[in-house]
Design a protein around this ligand. Structure first.
Ligand SMILES: Nc1ncnc2c1ncn2[C@@H]1O[C@H](COP(=O)(O)OP(=O)(O)OP(=O)(O)O)[C@@H](O)[C@H]1O
Ligand SMILES: [Mg+2]
Length: 374
């Protein structure tokens, strides 16, 4: 053991394995979902349109990882089908999404912003039509496109490409962790009739599965004996408590960093407990990172108001305070609140007396939210 510490002074064999965007080599317990996704893409290998699918399941259940793995396999095996991965938390305009499609097809940056979307769609459609290339567009966390009412229009444009461009065939993959979203209520009937969405469900991992996944990651990512069995059990329990595998992965990383910093060769219980105070906010930090700067300012302001009050905040009071500093219509304000609600940053609830007024409650400690947003 000593030789490792002396050689590079680290407990990590490979620290990348604990990064948030790492795509694991071992991806167990999702065999049937991988097969279902592959099945939906198979028509494309014969030049036909892929089936449209929704991947539903709570955060950290492997939806994004499953898509990334299948897309990697597609890229290795065929040029006929071109996968396009879009993170809708950051890319939420029709232009941005078609720009991704354009660069996936062309291997080039899309034309500069300012080019009309129609021109961009035409370019995409023409290339697909000429080459007979089929697209599979993954709109990851597609529910983010509901707040600015983009989803309907984006799906309409993608799924009807073939009408203007013969042989331009595309299918969509819609991973979503918001379990309460009902697409039939959110989309127009014209879109729904072409979409014919099939759902693939990602159930939460059991405690045993979580333990297996974490053990494998630790085996590859840390040097031997850095975590004792007793501490490993605590990490598994904390992960189950948070309900998100990411918390567990981050907990391993933060604990090892703390031990490393203290110059120890193994993690102690204190490290795990201190690390949990950081790791339990991994979801909060990731959500806040995905916000635009006006959204972040609004969330900061809500947290600031929440520090002052013991009870719920009313949407009216928050809107009034927000418009003192920011220019915002009520609709745009309310879209932002819905987005926060979906991201599980706040909880919106109706007041019993009046169906229209709503109350806002932060789901995280206000001081912590201010710190992360600030
Ligand atoms: N079966 C598995 N084996 C190994 N690692 C996994 C497995 N499932 C998920 N992970 C890991 O857990 C983390 C979260 O997985 P992923 O991003 O795929 O979840 P998700 O369902 O897309 O979550 P969200 O809805 O929040 O986007 C990733 O870092 C991934 O490496
Ligand atoms: Mg995901």
């Amino acid at each position: 053991m000593k030789k490792y510490l002396y050689s590079d002074e680290t407990l990590f064999r490979n620290g990348d394995l604990f990064e948030i965007d790492y795509v694991p080599e071992e991806f167990n317990h999702r065999e049937s979902q991988l097969k279902d996704i592959a099945f939906s893409l198979q028509p494309a290998l014969h030049g036909r349109r892929p089936l449209n699918i929704a991947l539903r399941g709570l955060p950290g259940t492997g939806k994004t990882t499953a898509v990334r793995r299948i897309f990697a396999e597609v890229e290795e095996t065929t040029r006929r089908l071109v996968p396009v991965y879009v993170n809708c938390q950051t890319e939420n305009t029709k232009y941005g999404i078609f720009a991704k499609m354009y660069s996936a097809l062309n291997g080039q940056q899309a034309p500069p912003t300012g080019t009309p979307v129609r021109t961009l769609i035409e370019k995409v459609g023409r290339i697909m039509s000429e080459r007979g290339t089929v697209l599979s567009v993954c709109l990851d966390d597609a529910n983010y496109l509901l707040f600015n009412k983009t989803l309907n229009g984006v799906l309409f444009s993608i799924l009807r490409l073939h009408q203007d461009f013969p042989n331009a065939r595309a299918g969509v993959i819609l991973p979503m962790s918001a379990m309460d979203i009902q697409l039939p209520q959110e989309l127009d009937s014209g879109v729904l009739s072409v979409l014919q969405l099939k759902e693939i469900f990602f159930p939460p991992y059991t405690e045993e599965e979580i333990a297996g996944i974490l053990k494998e990651r630790i085996r590859k990512g840390l040097y031997p004996n850095v975590i004792s069995d007793v501490l490993f059990d605590i990490i598994v329990k904390q992960t189950m408590r948070s309900g998100d595998l990411r918390v567990g992965l981050d907990l391993v990383k933060q604990s090892a960093l703390l031990a490393e910093r203290a110059g120890r060769m193994a993690i102690q219980e204190d490290d795990v407990l201190a690390a949990y105070e950081i790791s339990k906010y991994v979801q909060l930090s990731a959500s806040v990172k995905a916000l635009t700067s006006p959204e972040r300012s609004l969330l900061y302001m809500i947290a600031d108001m929440a520090v002052e009050t013991e009870s719920y905040l009313s949407t009216g009071a928050v809107f009034e305070a927000a418009t003192e500093n920011m220019k915002m219509s009520y609709t745009s304000f309310y879209d932002k609140l819905r987005k926060f609600d979906q991201m599980r940053l706040v909880e919106l609830s109706h007041l019993a007396m009046n169906g229209r007024t709503r109350e806002i409650a932060l789901r995280w400690e206000p001081e912590k939210v201010k710190e992360v947003c600030g």
